[in-house]
Design a protein around this ligand. Structure first.
Ligand code: URA
Length: 213
């Protein structure tokens, strides 16, 4: 159970404002879970208020943690390529993560990505709720299981729900697909191409569901 007094777990300090800039600024000081201790900075979402589509990933990676921006590393690069191919302009969509601090473990000199747990996802959810409340996207696109679990709860499975139009309390229209980093982990060129094409097809489903095509 989350308590106010337990070390490293405090309610996310989300201000009750309609200013996305003020919410982003408040998120800089978030200590809602212990992940802030090892991360360089909070990586908040980016994109225009009123964007028709919001993309939600898992958490910032190594590159994003340093840059302070979501999806700027290798997963972001392949996502950008797929967005362009699907006819989606990244500058017109809002891109964020379910968890806004990089969770990692040291291995030698490297920082190795760790999957956030359900408690960390829940602690960070008020920020995602605030982003949804203020951006009001027509469609929310969940990239991978962590994003899906942040919206639908821990039993959500991307393999089961992928490419279907769903609905949630937090967002009237939701589509889920795989995380773009899974495209980078494919064992051979054939599966890489097949999975990439499937990902682009899911993006097109999202675009249509958002009423943008
Ligand atoms: N993976 C994510 O889920 N989000 C990022 O911002 C980068 C990599």
């Amino acid at each position: 159970m989350q308590t106010k007094t337990e070390e490293g777990w405090r309610p996310a300090p989300v201000p009750g404002t309609s200013s996305l800039t003020q919410v982003r600024e408040a998120a800089r000081d978030c200590t809602a879970c212990p992940l802030y201790k090892r991360a360089t900075q909070t990586v908040f979402g980016e994109g225009p208020k009123g964007a028709p589509i919001m993309l939600v990933g898992e958490q910032p990676g190594d590159y994003e943690d340093v840059a302070g921006k979501p999806f700027v590393g290798p997963a972001g690069k392949i996502m950008d390529r797929a967005l362009e191919e699907a006819g989606i302009d990244r500058k017109q969509v809002y891109v964020t993560n379910a968890v806004k601090h990089f969770k990692w473990e040291p291995r030698g000199k490297r920082r190795i990505h760790q999957k956030p747990n359900s408690r960390e996802i829940a602690a960070c959810r008020p920020w995602l709720e605030a982003e949804l409340r203020l951006v009001r996207p027509k469609l929310l696109l969940c990239l991978g299981s962590t994003a899906g679990q942040a919206i639908f709860g821990p039993s959500f499975r991307v393999t089961r729900e992928r490419g279907r139009l769903l609905s949630a309390k937090l967002a009237p229209k939701v589509v889920a697909t795989v995380h773009p980093s899974s495209l980078l982990r494919q064992p051979d060129e054939e599966s890489r191409q097949r999975e990439y094409a499937h990902f682009v097809a899911d993006l097109r489903i999202a675009l249509r569901a958002a009423g943008q095509k």
